[in-house]
Design a binder for this molecule. Structure first.
Ligand code: 13P
Length: 302
């Protein structure tokens, strides 16, 4: 089937099912183009909590769709490819969090949204890359356990006076970017500015002109006077940046900035999921109730 036919079929079925399509900034172009709403993980969680449609087709990875289901339990939430996971989220489990809490009884626990529902159920509050420092600052505790991304944890530590106890996880995609790559791309593009995600290693963050989540990078790109910007986050982000800023040039900091999980969803899988209304995301009631508190606390902050 041609792409325009696929788009038309998705559109028709979406209306029949009374569904809304949400897509993360890292999704492939074809998916971002058919989505009703695209954004960073914070905006997608916020959107899921407020949309009217009874069906959400979530084009992203598992923890994002799971957060949508937790925030909107009465809705049917579908992740078109159920194997689209997040290796970073898999680096921590509920048992590990419980152990850490025992070790640091005075610490508050902040979980990046890139975690499972059972981890969210164990923590005080969630955060995304767009509000991590704010979330940490909002807590009365001086000691904060931050999990699971050690690079984001170090970035937070550099922005606050609080003591941050950091879990040793990392995003396999962002963690791969090297200083050599950054130096090389800078040398090849004199005058260009470098914007990176805080999941990159501290040496990369230290050399960047801007550090922020995908919505922050979009804002930076919009507002900067620079005409060439080097992007240090997943390649899917180039699509919204180029669409919104046709007068500016965007290059990827490293050819390795591809998240294989974000690339699992395509138009055919979206169409199938609309036809079959599968695979659905379900979260056990007890876990969902506790995880919801952590997510809602985060949403109240911004
Ligand atoms: P953002 O919250 O910046 O969109 O990032 C999501 C993510 O999973 C980064 O790897």
């Amino acid at each position: 089937m041609e792409q325009y036919q696929l788009n038309a079929e998705v559109e028709t079925l979406k209306k029949q099912r009374n569904a809304i399509i949400l897509a993360h900034n890292y999704q492939i172009e074809e998916i971002q183009n058919i989505a009703d709403f695209t954004g960073d993980s914070f905006a997608l969680a916020q959107k899921a909590a407020e949309v009217e449609e009874p069906v959400i087709i979530f084009c992203g990875v598992h923890f994002m769709a799971e957060s949508a289901k937790i925030l909107a339990p009465e809705k049917t939430v579908i992740l078109p490819v159920k194997e689209a996971g997040c290796p970073l989220a898999d680096m921590v489990d509920a048992e590990g969090v419980r152990k850490m809490k025992k070790e640091y009884p005075n610490a508050a626990v902040v979980a990046y949204v890139n975690t499972s529902a059972s981890v969210k159920a164990e923590v005080d509050i969630c955060c995304t890359s767009s509000n991590a420092v704010q979330v940490v600052e909002s807590l009365p505790n001086q000691q904060i356990i931050f999990l699971p991304d050690k690079n984001l944890g170090q970035y937070i530590a550099s922005q606050t006076d609080k003591e941050i106890i950091i879990w040793e996880g990392y995003c396999i995609t962002h963690h791969r970017v090297s200083v050599e790559e950054l130096d090389k791309v800078r040398a090849a593009n004199p005058g260009a500015l470098v914007a990176v995600h805080p999941e990159c290693q501290p040496e990369i963050v230290a050399k960047a002109d801007y550090v922020g989540g995908t919505s922050g990078i979009a804002r930076f790109a919009r507002e900067t006077k620079a005409k060439t910007i080097i992007i240090g986050t997943e390649m899917g982000m180039l699509h919204p940046l180029r669409k919104e800023n046709p007068d500016k040039a965007f290059y990827l900091l490293s050819p390795h900035l591809i998240c294989p999980d974000m690339k699992k969803i395509n138009l055919i899988r979206v169409l199938e999921s609309l036809k079959n209304m599968e695979p659905r995301i379900e979260v056990p009631e007890g876990i969902a109730r506790r995880a919801k508190k952590s997510l809602e606390r985060m949403l109240e902050i911004k």
